[in-house]
Write a protein that binds this ligand. Structure first.
Ligand code: UFG
Length: 321
């Protein structure tokens, strides 16, 4: 297939582009390089452009004639979204509308959307399945839920079919260390711990040890980037074949605490990290764990790199490359 990957120069998008190319698909990456990197796009066509530029977007559809679209381009910092909601609603919502409207105009009907566990807000129960109430706590989560909601209207009126994939904590790196996690600024736990171990940072702060969890630190569901991408590929294949719009939660179903992540990182690297206890970070739920049964049963998805040590080892190979 010919697939337009929007945000294909970012962390998740670049791993997706690599997988699509490895599987023999044709790829066009569209990215404004605001947080992605040109050299992370390992092949296919590349267009530097912004979703706000609808004329350019229109040209891309005319020139490349994609059969499906995967959309990874968004701002992802929860705290920043609280300070600057306009930035988040504009980029994550309005710009996505531009993309959807261009798809409708060009009759491209298959859309894979990067959603997030943040659509659920504070969990009422864990593991979180797709039926869990959606009550985002911040503009970031709301901007993603708004897209999920309008997709039903776009399907009803325009026949646009979609799969929304709600990521829990994407982590790890390409097993061959060709790609890895590069955020500027970095806010995610695993790369921050590894940067503190490699000496790029002085320490890792643990945001709160007084949560209602066995060791008092927050629990998250870390899912390997390659497993995340393989779910996208299966979702796209099934969407094109069956034309059924769906929503899936993507995680390992196993939770690890911040302290466990630090301990496993020390084991994997054989080095100690300087840990500083810090206050809670605003808006962090104590425990976020996915119930990904639906994705497994419906898509035949079976994550391969479920072991936290493997996820961290791949991230470490990238960090030390
Ligand atoms: N943490 C620390 N110290 C740090 C960084 C993180 O203790 O320096 C803790 C956080 O408080 C949290 C855990 O490590 O408990 C994981 O934090 P991340 O920032 O790595 O990931 P989040 O769970 O906050 O974020 C993820 C996605 C976001 C998404 C969010 C939805 O990365 O994009 O889930 O809840 F918005």
């Amino acid at each position: 297939m010919k697939i337009l990957v929007v945000g294909g120069a970012g962390y998740i998008g670049s791993h997706m582009v690599k997988m699509l190319l490895d599987e023999g698909h044709k790829v066009v990456t569209f990215d404004n390089l605001s947080s992605g990197f040109r050299d992370a796009v390992l092949g296919g066509d590349f267009v530097e452009g912004d979703l706000a530029n609808t004329a350019m977007l229109d040209d891309v559809f005319t020139k490349y004639k994609p059969e499906a679209v995967m959309h990874f381009a968004s701002y992802i910092q929860v705290g920043e979204s609280v300070q600057h909601p306009a930035k988040y609603y504009f980029n994550n919502f309005t710009n996505t509308l531009n993309l959807l409207n261009t798809m409708v105009k060009h009759q491209v009907n298959s859309f894979i959307f990067s959603s997030t566990a943040a659509v659920f807000g504070e969990p009422e129960y864990v593991p979180i399945d797709e039926a869990h109430p959606k009550a985002p706590l911040n503009p970031y989560g709301r901007s993603k839920l708004m897209v999920e909601q309008i997709l039903a209207d776009y399907e009803h009126a325009y026949g646009l079919k979609s799969v929304c994939l709600r990521y829990f904590n994407a982590a790890g790196a390409d097993p061959g260390a060709l790609l890895g996690e590069r955020h500027e600024p970095e806010t995610h736990l695993i790369p921050l711990v590894l940067q503190a171990i490699s000496g790029r940072r002085s320490h890792i702060s643990v945001f709160g040890r007084d949560y209602d969890t066995p060791d008092g630190t927050c629990i998250r569901d870390y899912i390997h980037i390659v497993d995340l991408c393989s779910a996208h590929l299966l979702a796209l294949t099934q969407l094109v074949k069956d034309g059924v719009s769906q929503r899936f939660n993507l995680g390992n179903g196993a939770g690890f605490s911040v302290q466990e992540v630090i301990s496993v990182a020390e084991q994997v690297t054989g080095k100690k990290v300087n840990v500083i206890d810090a206050p809670r970070r605003a808006g962090d739920p104590a425990r976020l764990v996915a119930d990904a049964t639906l994705a497994k049963n419906t898509l035949g998805w079976s994550p391969v790199y479920t072991d936290l040590a493997t996820i961290i080892a791949h991230a470490w190979a990238w960090e030390t490359k």
